[in-house]
Design a protein around this ligand. Sequence first.
Ligand SMILES: NC(=O)c1ccc[n+]([C@@H]2O[C@H](COP(=O)([O-])OP(=O)(O)OC[C@H]3O[C@@H](n4cnc5c(N)ncnc54)[C@H](O)[C@@H]3O)[C@@H](O)[C@H]2O)c1
Length: 337
Amino acid sequence: MSTTVRIGLIGAGGIAGAHVAGYLRNPETVTFAAVADPVRENAEKRAGDTGAAIYADYREMLADADIDAVDICLPHHLHKDAIVAAARAGKHILCEKPLCLTPDEAREVSAVVEETGVTLMCAHNQLFLPAVAKAKELIESGTIGRVYEVRTTDSFFNDFDLESMGWRAHAATSGGGELIDTGYHPTYLLLHLAGGSPVEVTAMLATHRLTFMEGEDSATVLVRFDNGVIGTIVTSWAYEAADSTERFSAVGELGSLTSDGTTLSYHVRGEEPVVLELEPVHEFGAEIEHFARSVLDGTRPLHTEKEGVEVLGIILGAYESARTRSIAEVSALTPVA
Ligand SMILES: NC(=O)c1ccc[n+]([C@@H]2O[C@H](COP(=O)([O-])OP(=O)(O)OC[C@H]3O[C@@H](n4cnc5c(N)ncnc54)[C@H](O)[C@@H]3O)[C@@H](O)[C@H]2O)c1
């Protein structure tokens, strides 16, 4: 491999702009080598003046371009096929959320990554927020003791209409509603902070305002993890969270921590609360840097397909629970040996 990871971008729409900004912040480890999108205008916009080769079809890019890795920024229903094609072509993979959409797809993704030995990293950008990284460090160092409960929230007022929402409004292309889209972020954040594997889940879904969507616009989800942690996720496109709502918090046997996403405070029982001021980072720059380092050094990314499948397991379990009005088991969704 070259001294930089040569990346081929697949899908040059909205979020690809943030990813390209991430490549350009990491010139020592990343070369933006190629981009594939059937909409030429989108591909040209993302390539800009970087010299990245432009393709209409990512399969042609996989066959022709001098690349080590792909970065998948496609609508959800196209993720699995792109992962399988890239892995079979021997390319490492950074994949936007969600990893894929169904248990069968999850099994296929896990199997192809294992078989080909490529590195797959889930593009879980919020893990690179300094407040999240510091919270994880505090939890792992035992500052708040054994963790009992974790809460995550990600809600905003989405002013899309049916036309501007495009593929996101339809279950066949999005995989569900808000929960499998924006709700994916507070779910991987919950998994990361809880530190165990999810075992059961129950959820209530609602459509408060975006009635043109096939799926829900809001969800409240409860998750039990195998280490005893109970997690709560609240997520919505219908409304902004109330002013004092935390972005995430965790409570343990010795105390608690809480964050608005930027600052982080913790409070050990019997001691004064501590407020940490953290240096901001470029979230996508940090995410791309982590991917490049994982590929170049052969180290495990923070979240691989293993965590991607666990997050999907929570979300599919939440959908099943809402449908059956019960507590659903989170199945492992790993390939049958
Ligand atoms: N991390 C975040 O905060 C964040 C934010 C927004 C979107 N996303 C994720 O990024 C992904 C893309 O979302 P988006 O908002 O950029 O969507 P988008 O609709 O803006 O862009 C999708 C792009 O894919 C292209 N495309 C469609 N079919 C293709 C194919 N077969 N080959 C190559 N290109 C193809 C489209 O032409 C378009 O340019 C989704 O998985 C979404 O959930 C993540």
